[in-house]
Design a binder for this molecule. Sequence first.
Ligand code: ZN
Length: 168
Amino acid sequence: MFSGKTEELIRRLRRAKIAQLQVEIFKPASDTRYHDEDIVSHNQNTIRSTPVHSAVEILLLAGDCDVIGLDEAQFFDHSIVDVCNTLANQGKRVIVAGLDMDFKGLPFGPMPDLMAIAEYVTKVHAVCVSCGGVAQYSFRTAANQDTVMLGESDTYEARCRACFPLQS
Ligand code: ZN
């Protein structure tokens, strides 16, 4: 949530643009926290993106671009795995950003399968708000138990393993 995933995605996509590659960015239409057409990261670093209602839409919209960026990939259904393989098999570079675990500390949606098929995986970590350690968990401070509850700074906290309450 506060680990800089989107910033890292934007950094890589900017470099691809500088290299004169054709770049397209997609995100789930359900992620409407900010502006519809932009990927907006927590430090207001923005890049234009296209919201899609399903993963297969990406195949139709990808066209002849060289590099595909996906943000908030944890919100796609499992068909995103085949979509990423198809795009990569077409010779495109696919860069996926997403939350690996939900607020219960469980693998989030298609992320485990996406990590399995990826050539490279980079985990970026936040800073634990309790102890300052390396945080990989999103601790929900609200009582709501729904898995999908879009992140705002007052709802989630980055926590390390030691400071993340055990879930029963
Ligand atoms: Zn901690």
